[in-house]
Write a protein that binds this ligand. Structure first.
Ligand code: MTE
Length: 331
């Protein structure tokens, strides 16, 4: 397989990987047609033309019909991870610590009604229902490469819009320097909330300029459908230049603050998981190297590990946020 790294920082595939991408693009065309209101017609002709029609909505969940095309720079040409892999190999500790647990257990999560409270240092604090949030800005589909701190990666077509759209609406005060993300911790529906692995609720945070970066996605769906519970339904963050644990699932609060918020994994092991947690092949985890990664779905005996890229390959988009910072100290 030939892999070329272009000046845009993305890995572009050799010809052997092009076919799955085309299949994928047809799926995206379908979503665009749905956005145009031709749902029935589009679905019919898609099904007629393609034997693997159900691939278009692989999880058979509700479609997110208003997704438009992706923003420039957010699309990778790499093969999209199979839906099955992306939805059965998860970290969602509220539902168990094994990668297979969330898919088995998260059916108990009740995602409707759902409210996200925006509070703290903002001019317009508000409680947004999920429906309000869905309407707040145009949905886009963005194919992001995701890198877990444990050394594996996936490529996922997310649906949502930049968090900055919401931030602009609520007007943070000048004194607000950080955004804190607080997620649901409901012991009745989440069997592992209360376990001592982490401090609940699972919380995460970003510096304000990171939160305003267009790449920071407030996501409601993946593969053209609403998020499966195990992937953080009904609304989560997606931060492709950071290790996966920064992307908090099932958000219930977004809080603006002047102090760096405590975060779940940093509280659990500060020497292993920093506040920034930008993907960085040159900064090892104390217990393992971060220089390479295993792409989920490329598991064959001879599958080579991939080199991990600084900021997960999104240096052009986010590098300036960290200019002058010692990334080894502020990991
Ligand atoms: N959010 C909550 N609320 N609870 C979690 O345990 N796990 C994180 C992150 N968000 C987690 C979470 C970790 S470690 C990762 S790698 C990603 O979610 C995994 O997202 P995915 O299952 O959609 O790939």
């Amino acid at each position: 397989m030939i892999i070329k790294t272009n000046s845009d920082g993305f890995i572009h595939p050799g010809s052997s990987e092009v076919t799955p991408l085309r299949v994928y693009q047809r799926r995206r065309d379908l979503i665009r047609q749905l956005a145009g209101g031709a749902a029935g017609v589009a679905l019919g002709s898609w099904a007629g033309n393609n034997a693997s029609a159900q691939q278009s909505l692989p999880g058979k969940l509700a479609p997110l019909p208003n997704a438009k095309s992706a923003v420039a720079g957010a699309v990778t040409m790499e093969k999209v991870t199979d839906y099955k892999d992306a939805t059965t190999y998860n970290n969602y500790y509220e539902f168990g610590t094994d990668k297979a647990d969330p898919a088995k257990n998260a059916h108990t999560l009740k995602t409707s009604p759902w409210v996200v409270e925006v509070e703290g240092m903002v001019k317009k604090p508000a409680k947004y229902t999920l429906e309000d949030l869905l309407k707040l800005s145009a949905q886009e589909e963005r194919i992001y490469r995701m890198r877990c701190v444990e050394g594996w990666s996936m490529v996922i077509p997310w649906v949502g819009y930049s968090l900055s759209e919401l931030i602009k609406k609520v007007e943070p005060l000048g004194s607000a320097k950080y955004v804190e993300f607080i997620t649901l911790a409901d012991p009745k529906t989440m069997p592992f909330v209360g376990s001592r692995v982490l401090d609940w609720p699972y919380a995460e945070g970003l510096r304000m300029d990171e939160a305003m970066n267009p790449l920071a996605l407030l996501s409601f769906g993946m593969y053209g459908e609403v998020l499966p519970n195990q992937n953080g339904a009904p609304v989560r963050m997606v931060l492709p230049w950071k290790y996966g644990f920064k992307s908090a699932k099932s958000l219930v609060k977004i809080r603006f603050t002047d102090k760096q918020p405590g975060t779940a994994w940093n509280k659990a092991a500060a020497n292993e998981y920093g506040f920034f947690s930008n993907v960085n092949p040159d900064v090892d985890h104390p217990r393992w190297s971060q220089a390479t990664e295993r792409r989920i779905g490329e598991d064959g005996l001879f599958a080579k590990k991939r080199k991990t890229l600084l900021f997960n390959g999104y240096e052009q988009q986010v590098g300036q946020l960290y200019a002058g910072m010692d990334l080894k100290k502020l990991f």
